[in-house]
Ligand binder design. Sequence first.
Ligand SMILES: C[S@@+](CC[C@H](N)C(=O)[O-])C[C@H]1O[C@@H](n2cnc3c(N)ncnc32)[C@H](O)[C@@H]1O
Length: 350
Amino acid sequence: MKNLSISSLESLHDLKDLKLLRSELSKIKSGIENTGKGSARIILNGFAEEINSEYILNELTQIINTFTLERSKYYLKRLIKSLTEAKTGSINDLNLNRWKEYDDIITDSLWILKKRDRSGEHKAAYWGNFIPQIPNQLLKRYTKKNEWVLDPFLGSGTTLIECKKLGRNGIGIELLENIAANAQKVINQQKPLDCNTVTEIINADSTKMDFKKELKSIGIKSVQFLIMHPPYWDIIKFSNNKNDLSNAETVDEFLKLFGKVVENTYPFLEKGRYFALVIGDKYSKGEWIPLGFYTMQEVLKRGYKLKSVIVKNFEETKGKMNQKELWRYRALAGGFYIFKHEYIFLFQKK
Ligand SMILES: C[S@@+](CC[C@H](N)C(=O)[O-])C[C@H]1O[C@@H](n2cnc3c(N)ncnc32)[C@H](O)[C@@H]1O
């Protein structure tokens, strides 16, 4: 790994000759290139910090290819600033002075995620889980380290595993006792980024739970991010429990129960913070039931503004894998399209 001293970059600022500046920068650039792909280490005031070498190389190339000394120095100053000063907002830890380094963070509204992330303790066995990349992306954009995340439909615990990996505290509510217990086991196995990270699992009904009391017993009054991945009505029956949203008799009853969870959690999300809803639609008796847009409306009725609608690709579930041909035939015969997407709605508390 190559060390890059900021003071040596700063000293280039005094050069009065473009050729000389270019040749000095080219030396630095080839030094980084020769160490291969990966990270470089910047040395600032005696401290070392790792940085994506691709980012530095691109910036150096831009400066070297500039035609005037004035412009080169402007870019050099900008590079030094990006390496030495942090510009972070109030809802995450991203340093906007180094935004070009964040190749891993999606900013488009179409998410094509090919493979499930296999790092971490996720078991992927729970029918109806979401892939870890969903909470991972959202936590990085909408929370800071040590903040609190609430997931009222915890399932197998994907959100809390990602919380532990990223140093966020998390609370998960799950109606089914055995599912909550299994989630607890895998979450315990996940090595935390920070040993002070707290994760709490509560086996309860999110339509009825006293959130104020539970949060108080954990020692907090509010959370900074809310994520919900409710049942997609009755597509997967999670249990025979009548309070399970997947057992709602009608779509209206499903929306009423979902609305209750939105209402119950609303007072505990800090003002100005974000809420992500992950849900897909369903098809029934020759009709597309837009659960996504219906649930989105339920949220908008309750004091949130819509920030984004993300469409995410949806690979075959285990159940449908062997029925691919059958579904294609049905689609052709029935005049409809096969589901290949689900939604992530992003709201902000007004
Ligand atoms: C789509 S799954 C969530 C999966 C989760 N994101 C994961 O990755 O494992 C929905 C979960 O909500 C739970 N659930 C249904 N009704 C509930 C309620 N009233 N209160 C709390 N949890 C409920 C179900 O048991 C199920 O585990």
